[in-house]
Design a protein around this ligand. Structure first.
Ligand code: WT7
Length: 652
């Protein structure tokens, strides 16, 4: 693992401030005791967390049923996620929260809405009834393809209220990507909007839905939120305005009493093949995991205003914009647009105006702001902030230090949280009142999480050696499967090592002498672009679906802002002119097939791809070429040496 040496030179240590530590939800003493308990018996620890943080209609009979790789948590219990996120804040000693802001929403043009817990209850009940009126039943999948508007949160919670698993597709994905995800989940209903705002202009969503559900499609109903007022085409009988359905819906809808393992949602994520995986999460375990980690890691208090900048279309938005915060009765801020509209200080302006106290964002955003200049954050009063977080990719120590100084004013702990779509919730992170931090390290696993670094044979490596990040015990928020594909679930996550039930995360990592974890990035053919996962195979299949392309190989190279940039090596078909025009057409084609986030930054044409004698594309070599590094390592199996010269540009 080549990065180990450079990372080890990081010696700076930051202790939690005294006041922060004293008031923390989990003190140093609590954490020490919880870690001890959890190490002895992780199942008992999670049961204790479930009792403390989640409301059940009826109790479980068994905490964990583990037949690797299939886990069932809190077996036999009944509960409802929307009840936990809303109703329980309107009852008993929490009843004062009725008029507390649940969601503070700000649109990109500057429009604002505040939704209290009381209002959220009414809206969610109404939309749950609207879904029922469309024929949605317990277990039916509902697809959500929406901008960052409060109706998205309402729709999610309404789905959970009646036990209809949602499948949220990020609004940046193309019509084709949406069609595939609708088909895979077998959704009969799609919730969308006419459009949303981005970079000062409306973009269209309904148009993409029309294309995605045209022809052969399981979709019977499309619900449309009026957000921008742009023209939309309409299919009577299939399409319904959100406001029309809501006008007729009753505000009474008791929460369904659902089984602990009832499917809560599916979320598609990229893997190493061309086909995205529908990651399945269920009810009781997921809720226990996100509610507990949110309370402990974000140290939430009733006086906080919490802002996670992730789009709800990604797992971070599911777990830490909506479910974690609302289950804790917190105020969660949602912002619709880009960070730099109308100016490069938009985010800092939001923090100042709303007095945001906890702020959670991605390293790629931090690096963008570093480049934009310190004057923008410095022109705002950020003194309301008391805790910062990052997620999505390794944060380089310099970006961490900037975040600490310029945004956090040196007083805010930073929680660098490692987790994945598959893990449901945070797995490795500092506990901000109890754990010293080091720039670039996620520090230690959350209590009850048995993370380890293993070598190829499954043996734990000794610090400071690098290896593969693994989880050796089941945890409540773990994925329960890949939608419709048991074999792939077993194969991708649970087959790397002989020992049964050892989860392979797909990341490389090492620990330092103090036991801290340092994540080094993906070890598989998955790229992490701006904290979003993109499979090289997915981009390759998009490219070869273009009529001018014979073959293609896609790799990542380092990028200062986005972490990784997508580089496509393309062999055009005979007699096709490989020029800038073709490069542009191919980039647009990828945007159409997958979405703009997957667009290759570089397209490099080559008459052939370097392959081993057995025909395997030599990706390591391509990665080196893409990043301009001299080709290292053994290339003796290369089929055609002249290809290498051409790729390097020696013959241009
Ligand atoms: C991959 C998961 C759930 C977070 C949003 C992305 C990388 C995530 C960190 C971190 C280093 C990180 C890993 C992981 N990653 N957080 N704090 N430090 N790397 O979710 O799309 O499922 O991607 O993001 O490579 O495997 P995702």
């Amino acid at each position: 693992m080549p990065d180990i040496e450079s990372l080890l030179s990081e010696k700076r240590v930051f202790k939690p401030g005294k006041d922060f530590a004293r008031a923390a939800n989990w003190s140093k003493k609590d954490v020490a005791a919880l870690r001890k308990d959890a190490a002895k018996n992780p199942t008992r620890f999670w049961a204790k967390m479930a009792k403390e943080n989640v409301s059940f209609f009826s109790p479980w009979k068994k905490v964990l049923d583990w037949k690797p790789p299939f886990a069932k948590w809190f077996v036999g219990s009944k509960l409802n996620v929307s009840y936990n996120c809303i109703d329980r804040h309107l009852e008993g000693k929490n009843a004062w929260r009725r008029n507390k802001a649940a969601i503070i929403w700000e649109g990109e043009p500057g429009d604002k809405r505040v939704i209290t817990y009381g209002e959220l209850h009414r809206e969610v009940c109404k939309f749950a009834n609207a879904l029922k009126a469309l024929g949605v039943k317990k277990g039916d999948r509902v697809c959500l393809y929406m901008p960052m508007v409060p109706e998205l949160a309402i729709a999610m919670l309404a789905c959970t209220r009646i036990g209809a698993p949602h499948s949220i597709v990020f609004g940046g994905f193309s019509a084709d990507a949406l069609r595939d995800r609708i088909a895979d989940a077998g959704a009969h209903v799609v919730i969308t909007a006419d459009g949303g705002y981005r970079r000062g202009a409306p973009f269209a969503l309904k148009e993409a839905v029309d294309a995605a559900v045209s022809g052969d499609s399981p979709v019977e109903s499309v619900v449309v939120v009026k957000r921008t007022g742009q023209d939309v085409t309409w299919k009577a009988g299939r399409d319904h305005w959100w406001h029309d359905l809501m006008a007729e819906a009753s505000t009474k809808c008791p929460p369904a009493k659902l089984d602990a393992e009832h499917p809560l949602f599916i979320l598609y994520t990229s893997g190493t093949t061309g086909k995205p995986k529908g990651i399945l999460h269920t009810t009781a375990g997921y809720l226990t995991h996100v509610t507990t980690t949110f309370k402990a890691i974000f140290d939430i208090k009733d006086s906080d205003t919490y802002w996670c900048t992730a789009d709800i279309g990604w797992i971070t938005g599911h777990s830490y914009v909506i479910y974690g915060p609302l289950a804790n009765g917190a105020t969660t801020l949602m912002y619709e647009g880009v960070p730099t509209h109308p100016g490069p200080d938009r985010w800092w302006d939001v923090i100042e105006r709303h007095r945001v106290s906890i702020f959670y964002t991605a390293p790629t955003a931090i690096r963008t702001f570093i480049r934009l200049g310190d004057e923008h954050p410095k022109s705002h009063d950020l003194s309301s902030l008391r805790l910062l977080g990052t997620v999505g990719e390794p944060i380089n120590p310099e970006a961490w230090m900037w975040y600490h100084k310029v945004i956090g004013g040196k007083r805010c702990p930073i929680v660098d949280t490692w987790w994945q779509t598959e893990t449901g919730g945070i797995m490795i992170s500092p506990l901000p009142g109890a754990v010293d931090t080091k720039p670039g390290s996620g520090t230690l696993p959350f209590p009850g999480v048995d993370a380890a670094i293993l070598d190829d044979d499954g043996n734990e490596v000794k610090p400071p050696d690098g290896g593969f990040l693994a989880v050796r015990q089941p945890w409540p928020g773990m994925l329960r499967g890949i939608w419709g594909d048991k074999e792939r679930f077993r194969e991708v996550y649970w087959s790397k090592w002989k020992r049964k039930g050892t989860y392979f995360a797909g990341d490389g990592a090492h620990r330092d002498k103090g036991g801290y974890f340092w994540i080094m990035g993906r070890v598989d053919d998955v790229m992490n672009v701006s904290g979003h996962r993109i499979g090289t195979m997915e981009v390759e299949s998009a490219l070869v679906s273009h009529p001018d392309v014979a073959e293609s190989a896609v790799v990542g190279r380092e990028d200062e802002i986005t972490g990784t940039a997508v580089v496509a090596f393309v062999t055009p078909k005979a007699n096709v002119l490989a020029d800038d025009g073709l490069a542009k057409r191919l980039r647009d084609h990828v945007a159409k097939e997958i979405g703009a986030i997957a667009k290759p930054k570089d397209v490099r044409f080559t008459p052939a791809l370097p392959k081993t004698r057995s025909g395997k594309i030599m990706r390591r070599l391509l990665r080196d070429i893409a990043s301009g590094k001299e080709t290292a390592g053994d290339t003796s199996t290369l089929e055609d040496f002249s290809v290498l010269a051409k790729l390097r540009g020696d013959e241009d």
